[in-house]
Design a protein around this ligand. Structure first.
Ligand code: URA
Length: 179
């Protein structure tokens, strides 16, 4: 993946952040700019976080996978996101473990199925656990996690408003856990 991507996109935020948000992988904009969640999904996420009562500038944001994976019909055509494989998530696992060890967040917000599988294993189902507080040992540390949908899924939804409300409501559970 690193051969096709522009650059590695590491996490961003303070090492003293109380909350860590984990997404899937950088998208097109993130790959170009070298920062996580700076494209359309990131803008939506920031808005939802603020509405839920979490200051986006105080959160640490990162991804389960650190490179953009895509298909492209021809050079200069649009780059279409491709989901990472379990092998790719596992290969990036040590980066996420290192970020968790440094930041030691009080809470992890799991954004969507890929982040959930990377952190909690392949049986993770976001629909079953979204908006709840989970307590699990991850990379040898006890962690508290609140899973929710990925902000990109809100952008793709037929009922965007309802999907957005659902995301904000899950993030409020995270905000309440922090306060
Ligand atoms: N989607 C993600 O999962 N991560 C990003 O950084 C951007 C979009």
């Amino acid at each position: 993946m690193h051969r096709d991507a522009t650059q590695t996109v590491f996490g961003a935020g303070g090492a003293d952040a109380r909350v860590m948000l984990v997404g899937e992988q950088p998208g097109d904009q993130e790959d170009r700019q070298g920062k996580p969640f700076v494209g359309p999904a990131g803008k939506l996420l920031d808005r939802a976080l603020a509405e839920a009562g979490i200051d986006p500038s105080e959160a640490y944001v990162t991804n389960a996978v650190k490179h953009f994976k895509f298909t492209q019909a021809e050079p200069r055509k649009r780059r279409i996101h491709k989901a990472p494989t379990l092998r790719e998530m596992t290969a990036c696992g040590p980066w996420l473990a290192a970020e968790l060890a440094v930041v030691e967040p009080e809470l992890i917000v799991v954004l969507g199925a890929t982040a959930g599988k990377a952190l909690l294993g392949s049986s993770f189902r976001v629909t079953q656990v979204r908006g709840t507080v989970l307590e699990e040992e991850i990379h040898g540390r006890p962690e508290r996690l609140v899973p929710t949908v990925h902000p990109s899924s809100v952008l793709r939804s037929d009922d965007r408003e309802a999907a957005y409300r659902g995301l904000v409501s899950d993030l409020k559970v995270a905000a309440d856990t922090l306060s």
